[in-house]
Design a protein around this ligand. Structure first.
Ligand code: PHE
Ligand code: NA
Length: 452
């Protein structure tokens, strides 16, 4: 085991790298289409409540485990658990869980890079909404392409990781956030002023609570976990880069605030525009790819804005991919003593092969335009990951931190509250011990019932 870790130079560096892992396709691709599928405003409210009630506490726990253990999630848990207990098995499962997430994330990240290229080269210029939808269907139908772009994502990601976290990930995250914010705000202005967008704005912002169902609340919990990257120990690794002079609740709130503002802005771009162009906001994972090119066609210099937008989205997706890769890398390096080069090569090949089923799965589905919900491998992998693995992982971290048969409440809160900043309140204990794991369990099971 190698307990030493490259320390991140600055506090801002931590925030950007950690937010870089959180902010990604979850905010810009997943949030708008899930919001569209599950009824708009009411879903958004439940999602925000879950970020507070479930997301922040679990994020604090992941950071605490990572900072106290100073290792990848599995070895950190092994270091912190009672001697002889087996909590670190959940750490192994968490790392495997990350691999499941990558199995579809790499494919969608590939779509984003492809769309950067196609927007730049003017493929969508002058096309109407129907043609743009058909063109997305045709793109998905071409397996050689979807695999090619996915392979680029894997190669770029492991290429960066093979050169070391500090040199790679930090450098990429730094200039990204400002650019993404800026371009989203430009697009919000264009989108909400499109003729016919008003209906979309009220769908998005006006909560109709009669829309709420088990499926909706389950989807909101999944999205809250997915967007914060919690449940697979992905954020724990960043805890191991935070100095002990900062309390972890404050750090968590900063990251959640950044992540949430990007998601809310992305929703305000996509949903009003979908209504304006008569695209079904509930049409599923293709939503941003069939909506955005229409917006770019309505902007002066739209080709360039569009390419820039997909560039930032691709970079945001890449920083997330790299963070999950790095988790896998750190594990195989710490655990099996692999060199960084060897880890990058072997993990890269493995992730590429495991990503193939998703990347290849659209060929036969290309007639369904735009890609609808419940259509195959992407949805299945997403459902397993987001609605099952992340909640189960979250419960395991809660039990580990809050109960004395795990790491234990006192040690956990001592770690979370070391330093300055917002305190993780100790009076919250009954909620964490008795209520939080039950809510997660209940929502997860409720989601299964509704799906059956
Ligand atoms: N949070 C990432 C995003 O929003 C996705 C992710 C989920 C990353 C789970 C790691 C673990 O894009
Ligand atoms: Na996110």
């Amino acid at each position: 085991l190698r307990p030493e870790r490259e320390q991140l130079a600055t506090r801002l560096g931590f925030l950007l790298v950690s937010a870089g892992c959180a902010i990604g396709l979850g905010n810009v691709w997943r949030f708008p289409f899930i919001t569209g599928m599950y009824g708009g405003g009411a879903f958004v409210i439940v999602y925000l409540v879950f970020l507070l009630l479930l997301g922040i506490p679990v994020l604090v726990m992941e950071y605490s485990i990572g900072r106290a253990g100073r290792l990848n999630i599995a070895d950190a848990m092994r270091k912190l658990e009672k001697p002889g207990s087996k909590w670190h098995i959940f750490g192994y499962l968490a790392i495997l869980g990350g691999v499941v997430g990558l199995m579809f994330y790499t494919t969608v990240a590939g779509w984003s890079i492809a769309y950067m290229y196609y927007t730049l080269t003017g493929k969508f210029a002058g096309l109407g909404p129907e043609e743009i939808g058909a063109s997305f269907g045709a793109f998905l139908g071409n397996s050689a392409e979807t695999v090619f772009w996915m392979a680029i994502v894997v190669a770029l990601g492991f290429g960066v990781c093979s050169r070391g976290l500090h040199k790679g990930v930090e450098r990429i995250s730094k200039s990204l956030m400002a650019g993404l914010f800026f371009i989203l705000i430009v697009l919000v202005v264009r989108s909400v002023t499109l003729p016919g967008s008003m209906e979309g704005i009220s769908f998005y912002l006006y909560p109709d609570f009669s829309q709420l169902s088990w499926e909706t609340v389950n989807a909101a919990m999944g999205q809250a976990f997915f967007t914060l990257s919690i449940g697979i120990g992905g954020m724990a690794v960043f805890g191991s880069y935070i100095g002990r002079e900062k309390r972890l609740a404050g750090e968590s709130i900063n990251v959640v605030a950044l992540d949430t503002s990007v998601a809310l802005l992305a929703g305000l771009v996509i949903i009003p525009a979908a209504f304006a162009f008569s695209i079904d906001a509930g049409s599923g994972p293709g939503l941003i790819f069939v909506t955005l090119p229409n917006i770019f066609n309505q902007i002066v210099g739209g080709q360039l804005w569009g390419a820039l937008f997909f560039l930032f989205l691709s970079l945001a997706a890449m920083t997330t991919v790299i963070a999950i890769f790095e988790n896998l890398m750190a594990f195989t390096i710490d655990e099996w003593g692999w060199t960084r080069k060897k880890a990058a090569l072997l993990n890269g090949v493995g992730v590429f092969l495991l990503s193939l089923p998703c990347a290849l799965s659209f060929g036969t589905l290309s007639r369904i335009e735009p890609l609808g919900p419940g259509t195959g491998i992407l949805d299945l992998e997403d459902f397993i990951f987001t609605n099952n693995l992340l909640p189960i992982g979250a419960i395991s971290f809660v039990l580990f931190c809050a109960y004395n048969f795990g790491w234990g409440w006192d040690k956990f809160t001592e770690e979370a509250n070391a330093g300055e900043g917002i305190r993780f309140p100790r009076w919250i204990r009954p909620y964490i011990v008795y209520v939080l794991p039950l809510i997660i369990l209940l929502l997860m099971v409720g989601g299964w019932m509704a799906a059956l």
